[in-house]
Design a protein around this ligand. Structure first.
Ligand SMILES: [Zn+2]
Length: 184
């Protein structure tokens, strides 16, 4: 089953829209996010990363980034050096935890049209968007020319590892809370 869950962090907690899975929207309070991640048997790195991302725990983000570095280095042996794997993991983690702005609304979550301001659809009002190639190159400590397709593919591989953790964490929470709502 596809786990194309969309999630949005709000002041009150987390909203997960699971509609691609045939469900609806569930709202989880900030405290319940941490409790729900700890409950059950979520895979270790999906757990650590999710806690880092949704509960803003910097230590878990750093630890997860270290794991991405290790996995990337091992995956691309012997083409990628350890220090390069580290740069790749930094870019991928930066992208994943949302330290970047939506290019359509510059992070403001609203865009200006003739009649006024409307919610930014490009980022689903998250204020976040994909990193530009030039930003990725900067983060890698490379020139725009040096950041070739090969490097971009490696960064994308690392991003896919993280998005796997993210989907696993969201699916885990979604299942628990949608079941609770059905039961209640
Ligand atoms: Zn936007």
């Amino acid at each position: 089953m596809s786990a194309a869950l969309l999630a949005k962090l709000t002041a009150k907690g987390l909203i997960i829209d699971g509609s691609p899975m045939g469900g609806g929207i569930v709202e989880i309070s900030a405290a319940d996010v941490a409790a729900s991640l700890a409950f059950g048997n979520l895979e270790l790195w999906a757990y650590k990363y999710s806690l880092g991302k949704w509960c803003a725990d910097a230590e878990y983000i750093k630890e997860s980034q270290g794991e991405v570095e290790h996995l990337t280095w091992a995956h691309y042996q012997p083409k990628v050096k350890r220090v390069e794997a580290r740069s790749i993991s930094v870019v991928a983690m930066f992208q994943a935890v949302g330290g970047y702005l939506c290019p359509h609304c510059d992070g403001s979550k609203v865009v200006r049209i003739a009649t006024g301001l409307v919610a930014c659809k490009a980022c689903r009002e998250s204020g976040r968007g994909p990193l530009r190639l030039s930003t990725k190159a900067d983060l890698m400590g490379m020139s725009r020319q040096g950041y070739t397709k090969t490097w971009d593919e490696r960064v994308k591989w690392a991003e896919s590892v993280i998005s796997g953790w993210e989907q696993a964490g969201l699916t885990h929470m979604y299942r628990q809370f949608s079941q609770e709502e059905m039961a209640g």
